[in-house]
Unconditional design. Structure first.
Length: 128
């Protein structure tokens, strides 16, 4: 998605890699796709801080869209907390191994990613 919005290169992906498994595997945190989507929204609507009116408008838009994304995500999946979504404690190496072997990430994590991408594209369609 970063490519379609001319947000640079793979640096955007790398800037959010610590969100995998919540934040660095500490799953009491929001799902990484929720956090990285919020980062994307900030970058998508970025503007010069010198234009105070435009910057204020951008901050409001970012907060509104992030709120809509989080609320929709919670409604769709029941929570935004990583551990509650996948039912594994991936900060424990044995639990992480079980999580990877279970394939649950293919079902739950991939669905969360698809949801967020669809929502981010929906925001773009509303803009046009």
């Amino acid at each position: 998605m970063w490519e379609s919005k001319e947000l640079g290169d793979e640096n955007l992906l790398w800037s959010c890699i610590a969100f995998m498994g919540g934040i660095a595997g500490r799953q009491q945190a929001p799902c990484g796709v929720v956090s990285s989507s919020a980062v994307f929204l900030g970058l998508r609507h970025r503007c010069s801080l010198e234009d105070k009116a435009k910057a204020k408008e951008a901050r409001i838009k970012i907060r509104e869209q992030a709120s809509e994304l989080v609320n929709g995500f919670e409604k769709e999946f029941g929570t935004i907390i990583c551990r509650e979504l996948i039912s594994f404690d991936t900060s424990d190496p044995e639990e992480y191994r079980k999580f990877r072997e279970s394939g649950i990430w293919r079902q739950k994590c991939n669905k969360a990613i698809e949801y967020a991408i669809d929502k981010l594209y929906d925001f773009e369609e509303l803009k046009n």
